[in-house]
Design a protein around this ligand. Structure first.
Ligand SMILES: [Zn+2]
Length: 398
């Protein structure tokens, strides 16, 4: 068993739902705490110096991080509701395994090497993805982050306090200065690699992330009896919501985008009660900024026609990873690695937009399924991913 396999097996049970087999590793919960402690333990075992930035992202350093801008690898350990095992943890576990591989070779890095575990990447609880990297780069203000509410109406400020974490969060220039280059390894969240030549497509180099965002759409109605209220007397909040879901699908097709309304909250949520309030969330993405913007404008118009109000929760424009770094990584990997764009957001995208030289490696996902308990990658491909990341770090840190 490799160190990778041991670490993988250790975290596999944490936050796993017994019924669905999916993961519920939400930020600042007990499972999140368990994973952070596990990460700290692995870093301590390796003699890495662990620090936390102003948002609680964990950074483990081999070498003095203030000696020179370092090469940082890593990802996140949190999950979406009923997420898979690979999205995030594959990058963190691989990064730790890379440290082992480099040391086994007697490699002496010429710059500090860092391993990061970003907090709250999925935004499963407070609705904004990549909260950890957004706050430290200033892409999201502390006030906005602290005021975000979860489904129970608890604010992020309260969640931080309950978890015993610092609440004086904010932009962290000291941390940002330490990142010379950031490379995030991640399971692919689509089928692009699985469709290529199996001999050369276990690992790809990332090129860009599609523009993407989230919008909250509220519909107000009036609760009443499902049996005694005449159809013409009803104010049914569900009808406007349903029209908007259908509009989102049509508009996405017209604009060459993807649109998803996968989360909905209904009041009073009774089978025999007319809905008095429906809140739905739109996730929209696509290859071209203005197409996504126009699609969202069209959905907004449809929602407003049916009495809805739309509020933007997050927006991240098109992200291009450092092209020179992408080419360098491809060369280091022998020149044949596929180059891949993606519709999935990552902390790497937030750091890239903050002006940091950033790249990504994707590990093949045979079914392409992600954000689901079915998410999978072959063990052999995961090991190839570790080797590829080690090769890249060796090249960048010597
Ligand atoms: Zn992820």
């Amino acid at each position: 068993m490799t160190e990778f396999d041991r670490m993988w097996a250790e975290i596999l049970p944490v936050g796993r739902d017994g019924g669905t087999g999916g993961y519920r590793r939400f930020a600042w919960t007990r499972d999140d705490h368990t994973l952070r402690e596990w990460f700290a333990g692995e870093c301590a075992q390796r003699g890495l110096d662990l620090t936390e930035d102003r948002m609680g992202n964990q950074w483990a350093w081999w070498g003095d991080p203030d000696a020179a801008p370092g090469v940082v690898i890593g990802s996140h350990l949190d999950s979406v509701p009923d997420g898979g095992a690979y999205d995030g943890p594959l990058g963190v576990v691989s990064a730790l395994a890379v440290i082992d591989a480099l040391r086994a070779d007697g490699f002496a890095p010429t710059v500090p090497l860092g391993v990061v575990n970003f907090v709250d990447e999925e935004g499963a609880r407070f609705g904004v993805a990549c909260a950890g990297s957004r706050v430290i780069t200033g892409a999201m203000t502390a006030d906005r982050a602290l005021g975000l509410k979860d489904a129970d109406g608890r604010t992020m400020a309260e969640a931080l306090e309950t978890a015993g974490r610092r609440t004086d969060i904010g932009r962290d220039d000291e941390t940002l200065r330490r990142i010379g280059t950031f490379v995030e390894l991640h399971v692919e969240q689509g089928r692009a690699l699985a469709d290529l030549d199996p001999a050369t497509s276990a690992v790809a180099v990332g090129t860009d992330i599609w523009p993407h965002g989230r919008w909250r759409i509220d519909f107000a109605g009036e609760a009443n009896h499902a049996g005694t209220t005449r159809l013409e007397d009803r104010h049914d909040a569900m009808l406007g919501y349903a029209q908007t879901v259908l509009a989102a699908r049509t508009v996405a097709q017209q604009r060459g985008c993807v649109a998803t309304m996968g989360k909905v909250v209904v009041d009073p949520n009774g089978v025999n009660a007319i809905p008095s309030r429906v809140t739905g969330w739109l996730d929209a993405r696509g290859p071209v900024d203005h197409d996504v913007r126009r699609a969202v404008a069209d959905v907004t118009e449809a929602a407003e026609q049916h009495g809805g109000t739309v509020a933007e929760e997050s927006w991240t424009g098109a992200t291009t990873f450092d092209p020179a770094l992408a080419q360098r990584m491809r060369d280091l990997l022998g020149g044949g690695a596929p180059m891949l764009g993606t519709g999935a957001g990552h902390d790497a995208g937030i750091l890239a937009n903050a002006g940091i030289s950033t790249g990504m490696l994707y590990v093949r996902n045979p079914t392409g399924v992600s954000h689901s308990p079915e998410e999978f990658a072959e063990a052999a491909d995961c090991h190839t991913g570790v080797e590829a990341l080690a090769t890249v770090v060796r090249g960048l840190a010597s």
